[in-house]
Ligand binder design. Sequence first.
Ligand code: PLP
Length: 343
Amino acid sequence: MRVIDLRSDTVTLPCDKMREAMANAAVGDDVYGEDPTVNELQVKAAQLAGKEAALFVPSGTAGNLIAVLTHSERGQEVILDKEGHIYYYEVGSAAMFGGVQLNTVAGLLSENGPEVLAKAFRPANLHFPPTGLVCMENTFNRGGGTVMSAKTMSKMYNMCKERNLNVHLDGARIFHAATASGVNVKEFTRSCDSVMFCLSKGLGAPVGSLLAGSEEFIAKALRYRKALGGGLRQAGILAAAGLVALENITRLSEDHVNAGRLAQALNDLPGLEIDLNSVQTNIISVNFSGQITAAEFVQKMAEKGVKCNATGPYSVRLVTHLNISGSDVDRAISIIENIMKQS
Ligand SMILES: *Cc1c(COP(=O)(O)O)cnc(C)c1O
């Protein structure tokens, strides 16, 4: 039985074309700046993001940490959403290595973000840590893959610039945001000083993320990447997969169509609820009304060959991606219909 893995888009597997590109990649020592494939990927990424330069980093977590370290200083605070990935899922690394205080606020990553941000800024005062950085996230992972409009991002960016503050965008899935909005990704990345995006999620590469920003920012970031142990040698083997992964940007809309169809079908079933307005990209948050727990649901799904993750006692997350076909969606729908009928 074919397993349908809806846990995350991180489970995507490298395709044959990607493996061939890896096997045939031209490589050199990237710590000397001599890996042609890494250099090609970095140039492409900078162009895509509309920034001067880019840096290949091992993971999204590494890219975000390097950005926090590069933009801020010990004893400063970083303003971000209380559900933001950097705060919620990154092991406290900003505090661990950067000595910064995270000032988490609710609602920053919503369309009310500008009002929330206005309240989060603190005046200069001996008692307050100076603000070093503001982080945004698009799409918003714990928000259910929701998109913050380019217009709202731009408003927030202008507010930060009036205060001489830099903005880092956790854009792990920024191409999903651009695809869902039908605009060029630069409409989003113009409203940040640095952006991190992941190759190893919906784009299907086995490893890697990119951090993009000004030449000056990237030169400083390179030192932090080295300090954290992220100076890689013949990394062109990995960058070659990344170059193929960028070709998958144009097919992300298929994942959004699949997620929308899955959400629509499930929403008609008794015993579960989906906020269809929040299904904007490839992530679906399902809430159960009590007749089945998330743990029971995950277990029953696993018995039928469908994997998914619980996000709370009565909620699960379903994620569509490169390795989920339209017929996988059909099969998942009928399996879930049966589970809900029997529960
Ligand atoms: C996955 C993710 C990251 C971290 O990426 P890793 O490659 O898993 O370290 C950062 N931010 C968001 C929003 C993510 O979804």
